[in-house]
Write a protein that binds this ligand. Structure first.
Ligand SMILES: Nc1ncnc2c1ncn2[C@@H]1O[C@H](COP(=O)(O)OP(=O)(O)O)[C@@H](O)[C@H]1O
Ligand SMILES: [Mg+2]
Length: 262
């Protein structure tokens, strides 16, 4: 669905992403794992060019090389983005927020007027899919954290996306709510055949929902396989990472060792 060809990103002297070639496929639920600073957000943001690679290129199925305003606009329209801090407008209703997902389909001028009945229906259907139709008129600041994140998912769905990019979408939720919200996102992506790339820091959630885990360390892909290939040792290292405050500790030590010895 989308292919990175030797994509690399640099911030000053920091290489956030070393040259990386990866493809993400339709209907595949990919989880990015890695310690803080590993390059997960950078990789995700490359996928809709919110972060511009310094080197390399990106190809999108049906659109070709991701370059030029028109292709980028089309790609962004069909790419839903879900953030950790949901990035909704607090004083607006759930429905108003979800309808912002439709803006990519209209000119800036058209977006200043109330959206058509057809558009409103898409918004309501999106809310229904995340079980929040009854909250359509509620203000965002009157919803729980889990509900807010589900509105974030509905906004992405209103775009009728082919690709969903989710950056730590459940990091600010309690474990039970995180599981429920991720289950819902997973279910919808599977139902619609959406390619999902989701960064998480909970290995247990990654193992439960991912078709594929891409492990990142210091801006490099150090693991790329099905979740059951992630061994207990590697998993323990990830937990060690999570529980440690030392963000500089090298994650995936055994993975790196394996790669080096391979
Ligand atoms: N806008 C930026 N300016 C400077 N450095 C950045 C910027 N964004 C990310 N970085 C650096 O790039 C590296 C990867 O960051 P990031 O992709 O945010 O990692 P992750 O999402 O895995 O925590 C880190 O060293 C981070 O400090
Ligand atoms: Mg990040």
């Amino acid at each position: 669905m989308i292919q990175l060809n030797n994509v690399s990103v640099q911030f000053g002297s920091v290489i956030a992403l070393h040259p990386t070639s990866l493809a993400f496929h339709q209907g595949q639920f990919t989880v990015l794992l890695g310690a803080s600073g590993a390059g997960k957000s950078t990789l995700l943001r490359c996928l809709n060019l919110m972060c511009k690679p310094h080197v390399g290129s990106i190809d999108v199925e049906g659109l070709g090389r991701l370059e030029g305003r028109k292709i980028l606009q089309t790609h962004r329209r069909q790419t839903g983005m879900i953030f950790q801090q949901h990035q909704l407008i607090d004083r607006h209703s759930a429905l108003q927020n979800v309808l912002m997902g439709r803006f990519g389909y209209h000119s800036a001028l058209r977006s200043m007027f109330p959206l058509s009945r057809q558009e409103q229906t898409i918004g309501l259907q999106s809310l229904e899919r995340v079980g929040l139709l009854h909250k359509a008129q509620s203000r965002i600041d009157q919803l729980s954290g889990g509900q807010q994140q589900r509105v974030g998912i509905a906004r992405a769905l209103a775009q009728k996306p082919l690709l969903i990019l989710a950056d730590e979408p459940v990091a600010s939720l309690d474990p039970a709510t995180a599981d429920k919200v991720l289950a819902q996102l997973h279910h919808i992506c599977k139902e619609d055949g959406i390619a999902a790339v989701v960064s998480l820091h909970q290995v247990d959630l990654a193992k439960r929902y991912a078709d594929r885990i891409v492990g990142l360390a210091h801006g490099r892909v150090v693991f790329d396989a099905e979740p059951d290939k992630l061994t207990h040792i590697q998993e323990a290292e990830l937990y060690e990472q999570k529980n440690s405050n030392n963000e500089r500790a090298a994650p995936f030590k055994s993975l790196n060792a394996q790669l080096v010895s391979a």
